[in-house]
Design a protein around this ligand. Sequence first.
Ligand code: ZN
Length: 252
Amino acid sequence: MLLPLLVPLALASPTWPDADATLTTTALAVPEDFGVRRVALDPGHGNTGNSGLESADCTNEEDFTRALGTHFRDALLATGHFEVMDLRDEDAGAEYRARIDAAAAWGAEALVSLHADSRGAGTQTEVEGRGSCPQNAAEPGFSVLFSDEGTEGVVAPRRALARAVAARMSGLGLPAYDGADYGDAYDADTSAGVFIDRRGLFMLRRPTMPSVIFETHHAWHPEEWARWQEAGTRDAAALALAQALIDVLGAP
Ligand SMILES: [Zn+2]
């Protein structure tokens, strides 16, 4: 018997997408009148003195988000449903304020900042060919952060985008972080993997278009970090993001 070529959005694995699965954008559910919508991607960090965390194999977060941003941009463009502004292409070292302004001036309908998280206490661990790198094989999973500061007209679409990204990630089998290490920095939302900013983060408070910070995974977790180096994981996450953007931007 031939296996079907299309993999539906809900995969069998409860904990992780099948690395061999062929995820395809034809699986997206798109309203007929959706059109082509403008999305700004912000590969986090990559400006002066701000390279982000050091991962389980000593990669700088800014290099991870740079590569992931390109992967997501290409995947969103390939759906035919989006135009994408890559905010680190605009001006390689731009500060966050300038990135938000560029997204707004372009007419971005959503802004997604890409990051990886560090959680708990890292233990310096020797990695062959890489040196001594921080690792902590606990607290895996993605989280999606939003700000509830502002009018409900601004906050409601943010919240909807955060919940949609988390739901679509979970739906593809990617694990959601439970927030055990966030403490007072974030409040838990009612949706798994969604957290409300209590740090007053500029990238969450400032944008007027729906915006979230997408902490894709725990980068000190050696297995999760390794998973996120695989194209299959990045494809699955890009598909989840695409469907979440369609869910929110295509809502009546
Ligand atoms: Zn970061």
